[in-house]
Design a binder for this molecule. Structure first.
Ligand code: KG4
Ligand code: ZN
Length: 356
């Protein structure tokens, strides 16, 4: 079985082909980072136009890399949401057109399901497992029990963690995208010089909140003497921010593991597998903190390779293939969904929009 997957929901135009054994035959990713850099963040209209201009060539390149013609495929998948609607429409229309012309099944994949199932593709991780998804648009803890069987244990009630990294970087003049810049600056910083809050730490449950942390960073910067911030101030603030984020992640994951164990007393053999995905999972400091938690807690930490952690087409192709195997194909009348919670039963977090 071979499925083409197209991802256009954010700022990467991506296409990939995977097979039923978990082989990645092609994985092409075109980043729009340079298109958005002048604006200091992602501009939806700029993203949609860039996807439209690039998508055909990215798909052609993926098919070429895989050495396949469209007729050799068993299905065509695209991200159907959630995400920036203009981009999602571009990917969905492209996939539908290929499916219609070549008489192939079309699969509309939930972007979050793509992230959720990646560990099966990259590391052969079996169900059930816990997933911490931390990116620029999402910050969630999920119990992944099977294809289409997800329980959201917690989500952010305001900002995603990647967003908080990006805003911190912007306030400190570190540019976009901010996560890698904050991580670099933090290496020379003292995490204890500026006290920052750890929102929701120690509270019951698995939800996140980062807007108070972002505000505290702004107030810290405003409280610096004239002429600041110096390079050392920037490093110290970044280190303090990262330490606070690490404390929060460890606390929330600890709660999620306890709940996961309680919910799965039978099938879960020790250790529980905690999978981390999303762009923020690239952060070596945060990974280290989670590894430390895992060592002390009979947990197995799995972090798929970066190219599969951040947005990519392979995760969409793989999730599409899993759905195709189960006969879950979609009609060509599928309407793109800017909001599409993975777990429709999850209580709506106050203020959560596209992150839901
Ligand atoms: O998964 P991703 O590529 O795209 C989506 O948001 O879906 O994640 C991008 C986010 C950005 O907010 C970026 O600043 C953050 O991941 N990020 C990092 C690092 N690398 C990327 N955050 C912290 N440390 C990093 N090294
Ligand atoms: Zn994503």
């Amino acid at each position: 079985m071979r499925v083409l997957g197209i991802e256009t929901s954010c700022d990467e135009t991506a296409a990939a082909v995977v097979d039923g054994e978990g082989g990645i035959l092609a994985n092409v990713i075109l980043s729009q980072v340079e298109d958005h850099r002048p604006y200091g963040g992602i501009v939806p209209e700029v993203a949609a136009r860039a996807h439209l201009q690039a998508v055909d060539a990215v798909v052609a390149r993926a098919m070429d890399d895989a050495g396949l013609a469209f007729g050799d495929l068993d299905g065509v998948a695209a991200t159907g949401g959630p995400g920036l609607i203009g981009g999602v429409i571009v990917g969905v229309m492209t996939a539908k057109a290929i499916a219609a012309v070549h008489g192939l099944p079309f699969l509309a994949v939930n972007h979050l399901e793509g992230h959720a199932l990646t560990a099966g593709l990259s590391d052969g991780v079996g169900f059930p497992y816990l997933l911490l998804l931390v990116s620029g648009g999402h910050c969630q803890l999920l119990a992944v029990r099977g294809v289409g069987d997800y329980t959201r244990l917690g989500t952010t009630i305001d900002d995603a963690l990647g967003e908080a990294f990006d805003k911190t970087a912007k306030m400190l003049g570190l540019g976009y995208p901010g996560g890698p810049a904050v991580e670099r600056a933090a290496r020379d910083g003292d995490p204890d010089r500026f006290p920052l809050p750890r929102p929701l730490k120690g509270r019951p449950g698995c939800d996140f909140s980062f807007s108070g942390l972002k505000t505290a960073v702004r107030q810290t910067i405003e409280g610096l003497p004239p002429g600041a911030p110096t390079a050392q101030d920037v490093a110290d603030i970044c280190a303090a921010f990262q330490a606070a984020a690490g404390d929060v992640l460890v606390d929330r994951c600890g709660h999620a593991v306890a709940r996961f164990r309680a919910d799965h007393p039978g099938p879960v053999t020790l250790p529980v597998t905690l999978v981390v995905a999303g762009g923020v999972a690239a952060n070596a400091y945060l990974r280290g903190r989670l590894e430390f938690l895992a060592r002390g807690g009979d947990l197995r930490l799995v972090a798929p390779p970066m190219a599969l952690c951040t947005d990519n087409g392979a995760m969409i192709a793989w999730a599409g293939l899993q759905r195709l195997r189960r006969g879950l194909e979609d009609g060509l009348d599928f309407a793109p969904r800017p909001r599409w919670p993975l777990d429709p039963d999850a209580p709506r977090a106050a203020g959560a929009g596209i992150k839901a």
